[in-house]
Write a protein that binds this ligand. Structure first.
Ligand code: FAD
Length: 341
């Protein structure tokens, strides 16, 4: 019988494991891929917006000579944390279900061989993140092979026409990188300007590229259909251009597109949580949990990291989610000592 099972070895799952160790527990982590898997899928040349100290967990220093760490530095760092702390990790073993079993739980998992396995434990921490579940736009053509919700690197797009959907850091970074390798990039975004959260050192560069026409920026616009070599875009004409009409006008046009990158963010898999009995309706409300302890409405079942967010998945990130484990560990220690409220 395990004390605590943690599902997911991202930054917040690893942090929870270290915090539990510090309270005398010996958690077992299940990770369907390898440590820091979500980060390993981030754009190869990405730079975090957080400084290294803001990403630190487990009292292990994150040393870098750079102002902001790179993807590779973060991968090395979280791997080193798992080694230094000698965390028990069942890699390449996906948890498929968590069920009540008496006072504890039975965790069903399946490894690379396809062999199913059951693990009994007293408590479970879900730290599965959101990166496997991109926000779908829900338009015709979204599942075509030349459409992706992930951007890895620019080279495959050299010399092609790419439509990027979105106005966040991911969209802006990808657009700049692709323009620099000779892609003809159009950014289509529904807002009046790209996100206010664009990294401040990137924003002026993007604005300049857009102003000079190096990137074709379509604001107040939505892609409504994706064809094999084109997209259909609807744009709301700004009121300044329409002083003579009262109703905003929508203009429809077709843009050529060899590739479409729908960089529209991610959301946690609510169905996975609901199957465990957690109240997790689709929509803006976060899954039911006590923010002081991170315990869900299912006693003994906890959330750590971005899986605990509501619709706005950006309200929790590593900087904040790394502290969830400390709350969980404190609660479990208090329960053990009989001092929990
Ligand atoms: C491009 C980009 C840049 C970012 N920059 C920053 C930044 O500068 N600063 C910051 O604080 N945040 C940043 N973030 C956000 C940050 O990366 C996430 O908030 C963080 O990864 C969340 O950590 P997590 O441990 O909750 O989830 P994840 O890192 O997503 O980890 C979840 C883990 O669970 C595993 N898993 C999922 N399902 C199962 C299952 N059924 N069984 C077993 N394992 C499972 C996954 O494989 C994964 O390893 C950025 C995000 C993106 C996309």
């Amino acid at each position: 019988m395990e004390d605590v099972v943690i599902v997911g070895a991202g930054p917040c799952g690893l942090s929870a494991a270290a915090e539990l160790q510090d309270q005398g527990f010996n958690p077992l982590i299940f990770e369907k891929e390898n440590v820091g898997y979500s980060i390993s899928r981030y754009p190869v040349n990405m730079q975090f917006f957080s400084t290294a100290p803001m990403l630190e967990i487990a009292s292990v220093p994150f040393i870098t000579p750079n102002d902001k760490p790179s993807r590779l530095e973060a991968l090395n760092y979280y791997r080193i944390v798992s080694e230094r702390r000698e965390l028990r990790i069942r890699r390449y073993e996906a948890v498929t279900a968590v069920e009540r079993d008496g006072d504890g739980f039975r965790v069903a998992s399946v490894g690379r061989s396809g062999q199913p396995s059951l693990t009994s434990c007293r408590k479970v921490v879900i730290a599965t993140g959101y990166f496997d579940h991109p926000n779908r736009i829900g338009i015709p053509g979204e599942d075509h092979a030349h459409v992706s919700h992930f951007f890895t690197e620019a080279h495959p797009y050299a010399g092609t026409r790419v439509v990027v959907i979105g106005g966040s850091n991911s969209a802006v970074d990808a657009a700049l990188e692709m323009e620099r390798v000779g892609a003809k990039v159009t950014v289509v975004y529904r807002g009046e300007s790209v996100s206010a959260n664009i990294k401040p050192w990137v924003r002026p560069i993007f604005d300049s590229y857009a102003a000079k026409g190096r990137i074709d920026l379509r604001l107040l616009s939505r892609v409504v259909e994706i064809g094999y070599d084109q997209v259909t875009v609807e744009t709301v004409q700004s009121s300044a251009a329409l002083d003579d009409v009262t109703e905003p006008q929508v203009v429809r046009e077709t843009l050529p597109a060899d590739f479409v990158l729908a960089l529209t963010g991610f959301r946690p898999d609510r169905g996975f949580l609901r199957a465990m009995g957690i109240e997790a309706p689709d929509g803006i409300i976060p899954p039911a949990h006590d923010p002081d302890t991170m315990e869900t409405n299912v006693p003994g079942l906890y959330l750590a990291g971005v899986v605990s967010t509501g619709r706005d998945a950006n309200e929790i990130f590593i900087e904040s989610g790394r502290y969830h484990g400390r709350k969980i560990a404190a609660h479990l220690a208090a329960l053990r000592e009989g001092t929990a409220r």
